[in-house]
Design a protein around this ligand. Structure first.
Ligand SMILES: *[C@@H]1O[C@H](CO)[C@@H](O)[C@H](O)[C@H]1NC(C)=O
Ligand SMILES: *[C@@H]1O[C@H](CO)[C@@H](O)[C@H](O)[C@H]1NC(C)=O
Ligand SMILES: *[C@@H]1O[C@H](CO)[C@@H](O)[C@H](O)[C@H]1NC(C)=O
Ligand SMILES: *[C@@H]1O[C@H](CO)[C@@H](O)[C@H](O)[C@H]1NC(C)=O
Ligand SMILES: *[C@@H]1O[C@H](CO)[C@@H](O)[C@H](O)[C@H]1NC(C)=O
Ligand SMILES: *[C@@H]1O[C@H](CO)[C@@H](O)[C@H](O)[C@H]1NC(C)=O
Ligand SMILES: *[C@@H]1O[C@H](CO)[C@@H](O)[C@H](O)[C@H]1NC(C)=O
Ligand SMILES: *[C@@H]1O[C@H](CO)[C@@H](O)[C@H](O)[C@H]1NC(C)=O
Ligand SMILES: CC(=O)N[C@H]1CO[C@H](CO)[C@@H](O)[C@@H]1O
Length: 811
């Protein structure tokens, strides 16, 4: 190099300064502070000749470009990158030029800016390990010295490139910045932007449940665990009933919930190994999907005009308010949204199938749809009245009137009425005062005689009191031992021919005429003799002047005050009739049946007698059962080979009080013997009487009638049964008393009736009076002349002495 440069230098020198050949000094070019710099820095280049400047002029060139004369120190501030380059200088003094200095290369880099980064994040939780790092991208700088500043303070808090908080606390939070200074150099970086480190306390996530925490089986639910959304990397841990946790998504959805899915849920989140606190627990309750029930009031079967309430009941636990929807006949459209839908006046067009369902008001839950309920609407309620066990009762029997509404049993209130006829032929229903009750049964635990009557019932239900029509009529017949009044039939039998005269009279002890005959015919007509076309009432006696089959029915006595006593079956028949006792037969007595036919004389047929459908006696004019027992009770009729058969008549047998009393043999035997001894006397008496009567000639009655009456008298006595028997044993007074009554009647009212009877009666009467007037007064129900006859028998049984007395008295 030097060898090559030398000729050039020589040439130059020779060209400019001829003659000066002394050795030429080379300037020294130095750079301050250094040749590698950042934009904005300053630099000074210094040119020196043998370390002296005196007398020298300096020439500077950059990148071998043109020279400029400048001072020995060339300073540049606010360096730009373009200021960088290769610099040289030389000097001149006088004529002398120095050679060029060694070149100096100045390099200008862009000034770097420090950058703060925070790991793991600017937002951290207390306790996390946090690293602050200062990065400076400084070209040409091999080593930096870092300075950290916090919250604008001047003091350097650290000199590391990375500053680590191994367990960060809230006091570490702040605004950080850093910058770097070149180690062993002059350069510095720009200061970094400020970076904020926040340190939070550990929070708990928010647990929400959607749509709600109370649900039904089959529903879906989503639990959502919410944490600070600005940070990611969360893992969610779920636990139920404080049991083990499982890692799941932030949104935890369960479909088709079961009851067992209910429980207390919590969640917490995990991030970078740190756990949040647990959320507040959320209790999810799963109820069974509620059952929906449609109820119909008063009933599913209703009648036009009733008020009907459809009600939707949802047994939904946890639901406070439902919105109801009603559907009709499977249609999709909702026809009502009321829990209770009311038809104020139901009609057939409302008869449909109904169902309902509910949706929770202000909630998401719904019930299942109910089963369909069918509403039936009929045009009219039919009420049926029946009686149990039977309509013919003996005093003291229990009986139940059963009222039913056909096809509907719910919600009815029943009322019972007795039917009566008013004077203007209208019917009247009289409410039985105590009868309006809830049940359909009107029970009389012990029927009284006065319960005889015709009943109807009616039902009502609902607040509007929808009422049915009156039911069918249901008679109740109560027979008793000693009704206060007796219905005496003449002729005295239950079956009668057509087109004959029939008299029915009501007789009481006081011989009052306050009784009227009333009947309930087979065609269910309730009629009063007084108001009727078929009969004429005179006092207490009703006369049917000419019977017809439509007169068949039950006849009884009724007082003005509404008492009803002594019902009797009467059958009017066109052909053959059975002659049977009107009143029950007493056990031990005899029973005689005849078969009568109107168109022969005497009107007695030789016929077959049947009981309950079986033949019991062949071809006889009368059938006699000498000692009646309970087994003889039944339906009897007679049948003639040519003349067809008679209607059936019920013959009832009453237990004899004698047998029930177990008085033992002695009284019986005594009675019988006494009776036998007395028999003779009585026969004598009878004969005498007969003669007496005939002599008197008051009466012109046919013998047949007498006999009939005798027969009937027998039966009527038996009717009196127990009382009668009592009388027999303990004292005949009872019977005699009744005879008395009968006689009175005969005399006073029944002028037409046979005087024969009266006579007999009289005789009897007197004897009775003599015997035991003091005894019972009450049992005198017995019928007229018949009674007398029986009495005779009785007397026979009784003490002989008394009969004597009688006789004496008669005389
Ligand atoms: C450094 O700072 C100076 C002055 O503050 C500015 O002009 C320059 O642009 C900055 N450089 C960088 C890289 O930010
Ligand atoms: C988190 O749990 C801890 C310990 O159970 C408790 O001290 C702290 O207060 C809880 N933090 C919050 C935000 O509930
Ligand atoms: C969770 O559910 C909420 C609301 O339904 C929704 O906004 C969110 O995006 C869900 N998050 C995830 C992770 O699915
Ligand atoms: C409700 O309906 C669903 C689907 O039809 C059925 O599975 C469920 O047993 C019903 N629940 C009740 C209580 O009837
Ligand atoms: C009504 O009486 C009948 C017959 O006696 C009986 O079967 C029925 O159970 C009774 N009903 C009520 C509600 O008492
Ligand atoms: C008999 O019954 C009627 C109505 O059923 C009643 O008015 C009358 O008082 C009763 N008489 C007696 C004596 O019980
Ligand atoms: C009246 O006749 C009916 C049958 O028609 C019978 O059941 C009832 O016992 C009879 N009554 C009397 C008192 O004979
Ligand atoms: C009825 O008479 C026939 C013959 O006339 C006889 O064979 C039959 O046994 C008799 N029946 C009764 C129950 O007497
Ligand atoms: C060439 C030249 O002038 N050299 C001089 C530099 O300075 C020293 C002393 O300062 C002298 O000895 C040299 O001769």
């Amino acid at each position: 190099m030097e060898l090559r440069q030398l000729p050039l230098v020589l040439l130059l020198i020779s060209n400019i300064h001829s003659g000066q050949t002394e050795d030429i000094p080379t300037p020294t070019l130095t750079v301050e502070p250094q040749s590698s710099l950042f934009t904005g820095d300053s630099v000074t280049l210094r040119c020196e000749v043998n370390q002296s400047r005196d007398g020298w002029e300096f020439f500077w060139s950059k990148n071998s470009n043109t020279e400029s004369i400048e001072a020995a120190d060339k300073s540049s501030n606010s360096l730009k990158v373009s200021d960088g380059g290769e610099y040289r200088c030389r000097a001149q003094r006088g004529e002398r030029y120095t050679s060029y200095s060694e070149p100096v290369t100045v390099t200008i880099y862009g000034k770097p800016k420090a950058k703060v980064s925070i790991k793991p994040d600017q937002h951290v939780f207390r306790g996390e390990t946090v690293t602050l790092r200062c990065d400076i991208d400084g070209e040409g700088v091999t080593s930096w010295k870092y300075s950290w500043y916090k919250d604008g303070s001047d003091s350097v808090s650290s000199e590391q490139q990375e500053h680590t908080f191994s367990s960060v606390t809230e006091s570490d939070a702040g605004k950080y910045s850093c910058y770097g200074a070149e180690r062993g150099g002059s350069r510095t970086s720009n200061i970094s932007d400020v970076v904020t480190l926040t340190v939070s306390d550990f929070f708990k996530p928010t647990l929400t449940v959607w749509p709600q925490s109370s649900l039904f089986t089959g529903d879906s639910v989503t639990l959502r665990c919410e944490v600070d959304q600005s940070r990611d990397g969360w893992e969610f841990l779920w636990s139920k009933n404080s049991n083990t946790e499982s890692t799941e998504a932030a949104n935890k959805t369960s479909n088709s919930l079961k009851v067992s899915d209910g429980g207390e849920y919590r969640c917490r989140a995990r991030r970078r190994g740190l756990y949040t606190n647990y959320s507040e627990p959320v209790t999810v309750t799963i109820y069974e999907t509620p059952k929906v029930k449609v109820s119909v009031k008063p009933d599913q079967h209703v009648f036009r005009g009733e008020k009907v309430t459809l009600r939707c009941d949802i047994d939904g636990e946890g639901v406070t308010s439902w919105k109801y929807s009603w559907y009709k006949d499977g249609s999709d459209s909702v026809f009502s949204e009321l829990q209770e839908h009311i038809f104020w006046y139901v009609t057939e067009s409302d008869a449909c199938k109904y169902s309902c369902y509910g949706a929770e008001r202000g909630g998401s839950r719904t019930s299942n749809i109910s089963d369909e309920v069918t509403l039936t609407v009929s045009d009219e309620a039919k009420t049926v009245l029946s009686v149990s066990p039977q309509k013919w009762l003996t005093e003291g029997d229990p009986v139940t009137l059963i009222c039913e509404v056909k096809g509907s049993s719910t919600g009815w209130t029943f009322s019972w009425y007795t039917l009566t006829v008013l004077s203007d032929y209208r019917k009247r229903y009289e409410l039985l005062s105590d009868s309006r009750g809830a049940g359909g049964n009107y029970t009389v635990s012990s029927a009284a005689l006065n319960h005889t009557g015709v009943y109807v019932c009616r039902a009502e239900r609902g607040k509007q009191a929808y009422s049915t029509k009156y039911s069918n009529k249901q008679p109740l017949w109560v027979t008793g031992v000693s009704p206060p009044v007796s219905l005496i039939i003449s002729p005295s039998r239950t079956q009668h021919f057509t087109s004959v005269s029939l008299s029915l009279s009501c007789e009481d002890q006081s011989n009052s005429d306050r009784w009227r005959v009333r009947r309930y015919s087979d065609n269910q007509q309730l009629e009063d003799c007084l108001l009727s076309r078929w009969g004429s009432q005179t006092g207490s006696k009703c006369t049917i002047s000419s019977t017809s089959t439509s007169d068949t029915g039950v006849y009884w006595c009724r007082s003005e005050s509404g008492e009803n006593y002594h019902p009797v079956n009467i059958t009017i028949h066109i052909g053959v009739i059975l002659e049977s006792p009107v009143h029950p037969v007493t056990e031990g007595d005899s029973l005689t049946l005849r078969c009568l036919y109107k168109f022969i004389t005497p009107p007695i047929l030789r016929a077959d007698f049947y009981k309950d459908g079986s033949l019991i006696q062949n071809q006889t004019t009368e059938m006699i059962i000498t000692t009646v027992s309970k087994s003889h009770e039944g339906f009897y009729y007679c049948k003639h080979p040519e003349r067809e058969e008679s209607p059936k008549s019920w013959i009832s047998v009453r237990a004899s009080s004698r047998s029930s009393r177990s008085d033992g043999l002695n009284p019986m035997i005594i009675g019988v013997t006494a009776g036998l001894s007395a028999a003779f006397l009585i026969v004598v008496l009878l004969v005498l009487l007969w003669c007496y009567k005939n002599n008197k000639g008051v009466r012109s009655q046919s013998p047949s009638r007498v006999s009939r009456q005798q027969n009937s008298s027998q039966t009527s006595e038996q009717n009196q049964n127990e009382a009668g028997y009592n009388t027999l044993l303990s004292g005949t007074a009872h019977i005699y008393d009744s005879v008395d009554a009968t006689i009175n009647k005969d005399f006073s009212t029944d002028s037409v009736s046979g005087p024969t009877d009266v006579t007999y009666a009289e005789i009897e009467l007197k004897s009775t009076e003599k015997q035991k007037i003091n005894k019972e007064n009450k049992g005198k129900t017995s019928e007229g002349s018949d009674t007398v006859y029986s009495k005779l028998n009785l007397v026979t049984h009784q003490g002989a002495g008394s009969s004597d007395v009688t006789y004496a008295q008669v005389k």
